[in-house]
Design a protein around this ligand. Structure first.
Ligand SMILES: Nc1ncnc2c1ncn2[C@@H]1O[C@H](COP(=O)(O)OP(=O)(O)OP(=O)(O)O)[C@@H](O)[C@H]1O
Ligand SMILES: [Mg+2]
Length: 436
C-alpha cells in the first residue's frame, strides 16, 4: 500500500475545517490531514515547514487571503493547491490559477468531488515532479533513445495550445503531425478541442468512433480497441477525433484528466502524439500540458495575443515547467514590407516575453484555405515545399523532430543500448503508465 496523500486544510471557519477533516477521515488510507489552520499566514508557515502534497484553501480569510497565501506557497514549494470558495466566477478562477492554484471547488463541497479533485491534482503534480527528476537525471536537452523493439515507441506528446481562438492551432497541429510522419515514424493526431474541434473538417474525416468511446474504458484500454476507434486519413495519418456533438464534451470533461490518461496509456505505440486543443485554460488542458514533452504555444503578432501568451508563460513558470518545455510559435506573420500597424515585429515580442520566437509561420490565406478545401494538410497539398508558408511549417516539424529524436543514431551504439531501457524509463511519459 502506498503512502497516503498528505493534506493541509486552510479555512477561517472552524466548522468548515472540521467538516472537511471528517470527510477525509472516511478515506483515511488514502488521505492524511497533517494540519488544519485558520489564516493565510499560518498556512504559509505550515506549508513551508511540512510540505503537504495538497492544500485545500479558502479564499476569504482575515490577515492574508487564500490567493496571496497560494502565491507565496507555490513560489517556494511544489504543493497542489485546491481553492475552495462560495464565489465560483471566472474572475476568481483566473486569479486563483494565476496565483498557482490547480483546481477550484465550490462550497459546500460534495464528498466525491472533493476526493476526485484531490486525486487528480495529486496525479498531475506527480507528472511535474517526474519531469523535474528526469531533467536532473538526464539533463534538459536529452532526448529519448529509439527502441529496437518496433512495438515500443518514443511516445513524445506535443500539445498545441493558445489561450486565444482562431490563431491557427488546428492548422499548425495538422501540419505538424503530417510533417513528423516520415521514415517509419508513427504519428497520432488527437482532437482535444472537445466542444468545437475542427480536425474532422480540416481533414475531411468521418468516423462514428471518437474519444467519447474511450472515456469509460481507460483503466483497461488495450491497443486493439484503441486502433478500432482511431480514424486513418488518406495520407496515412492516424487521427483520434473528438466527440461528434458539442454537448458530448461534458461527458469527457467529467474527469478532467481523461484525455491525458488515454494518451498516456497508448503513448508507447506512437513516436509522436500531436494534440490540438481549444483555447480554454482549464484542468483538462493542464492535465495535457503536464504530460506533454513539448507545449507549442501559438500566438499571432498582435497585442491581445501576446498579452495572453504572457499570461500562459507566467502560469507555466509557476507550475515549475522547465523553460524549454514550451516552444513559442508565431503564426500569421506578415512580410516585413507589408507589416501593418496592428502587427508587432517579432524582435519586440521576444524582448517583451523574454523568450525566443522559435518558429514564424507567414500568413497566406490562399495556400491554407485551399488545403482545408481539399481536406489535406497544406504541406501535403502543396508539392513545392520551398515556398512559404509550407516551407516554414516543414521547418517547424523538422525542428521538433530533431529536438526530440536526435539520439536516434547514438542509440545504435552498444554502450547506448545498455542504458536504453533506463533512459526511456527516466525520460518517457509513455512508460509511466504504458507497457512495461
Ligand atoms: N498562416 C496562416 N495564413 C493564413 N491563414 C491562416 C494561417 N493560419 C491559420 N489560418 C486561417 O485562420 C483560421 C483559423 O485557423 P485555425 O482554425 O487553425 O485556428 P485555431 O486556433 O485552431 O482556431 P479555434 O480556436 O477556433 O480552434 C482558419 O480559417 C485558417 O485557415
Ligand atoms: Mg482549432
Amino acid at each position: 500500500m502506498s503512502d497516503p496523500i498528505t493534506i493541509l486544510i486552510v479555512d477561517d471557519i472552524q466548522d468548515t475545517r472540521e467538516n472537511i477533516k471528517k470527510l477525509l477521515a472516511f478515506e483515511e488510507q488514502e488521505f492524511k490531514v497533517i494540519d488544519a489552520v485558520g489564516t493565510g499566514r499560518e498556512a504559509v508557515r505550515v506549508a513551508l515547514e511540512h510540505r503537504p502534497d495538497i492544500i485545500i484553501m479558502d479564499i476569504n480569510m482575515p490577515d492574508m487571503d487564500g490567493i496571496q497565501a497560494t502565491s507565496e506557497i507555490t513560489k517556494a514549494v511544489p504543493a497542489g493547491v485546491i481553492m475552495m470558495s462560495v464565489q465560483t466566477d471566472q474572475d476568481y478562477l483566473r486569479k486563483a490559477m494565476q496565483a498557482g492554484a490547480r483546481q477550484f471547488l465550490g462550497k459546500p463541497v460534495d464528498p466525491d468531488e472533493l476526493y476526485g479533485t484531490i486525486r487528480s491534482v495529486y496525479q498531475s503534480l506527480e507528472s511535474t515532479r517526474q519531469q523535474l527528476v528526469n531533467a536532473v537525471n538526464v539533463g534538459p536537452t536529452s532526448t529519448k533513445p529509439v527502441s529496437t523493439d518496433p512495438d515500443v515507441r518514443a511516445g513524445h506528446v506535443i500539445v498545441v495550445y493558445s489561450p486565444q481562438g482562431g490563431v491557427g492551432k488546428t492548422t499548425i497541429a495538422t501540419n505538424l503531425a503530417s510533417g513528423l510522419m516520415k521514415r517509419g515514424i508513427k504519428v497520432l493526431l488527437v482532437d482535444a478541442d472537445l466542444q468545437f474541434g475542427d480536425i474532422a473538417v480540416f481533414l475531411k474525416l468521418q468516423s462514428q468512433s471518437t474519444l467519447l468511446d474511450l472515456v469509460d474504458k481507460i483503466e483497461d484500454l488495450d491497443t486493439e480497441f484503441f486502433d478500432s476507434i482511431v480514424a486513418t486519413h488518406d495520407s496515412g495519418l492516424k487521427v483520434l477525433l473528438g466527440p461528434q456533438r458539442p454537448e458530448y464534451a461534458e461527458e469527457v470533461e467529467a474527469q478532467p484528466s481523461a484525455v491525458a490518461r488515454i494518451i498516456e496509456k497508448i503513448a508507447m505505440s506512437y513516436d509522436f502524439i500531436v494534440v490540438d486543443t481549444s483555447s480554454r485554460l482549464d484542468e483538462t488542458l493542464l492535465a495535457l500540458t503536464d504530460i506533454a514533452t513539448k507545449v507549442l504555444l501559438v500566438a499571432t503578432p498582435t497585442l491581445a495575443s501576446i498579452k495572453n501568451a504572457r499570461f500562459v508563460l507566467d502560469l507555466f513558470d509557476r507550475m515549475n515547467y522547465l523553460p524549454d518545455k514550451t516552444v513559442f510559435v508565431l503564426n500569421r506573420v506578415e512580410d516585413e514590407r507589408q507589416r501593418g500597424r496592428v502587427t508587432i515585429p517579432s524582435e519586440i515580442i521576444e524582448k517583451h516575453l523574454k523568450r525566443p520566437v522559435e518558429a514564424k509561420i507567414p500568413v497566406n490565406e490562399a495556400v491554407i484555405l485551399s488545403a482545408i478545401n481539399k481536406g489535406v494538410p497544406a504541406i501535403v497539398a502543396q508539392r513545392d515545399r520551398s515556398k512559404p508558408p509550407v516551407r516554414d511549417l516543414v521547418e517547424l516539424s523538422d525542428m521538433l523532430y530533431r529536438k526530440l529524436m536526435s539520439t536516434q543514431e547514438t542509440a545504435e551504439q552498444p554502450e547506448a543500448q545498455d542504458s536504453k531501457a533506463e533512459g526511456r524509463r527516466k525520460s518517457g511519459i509513455g512508460l509511466r503508465l504504458g507497457k512495461a
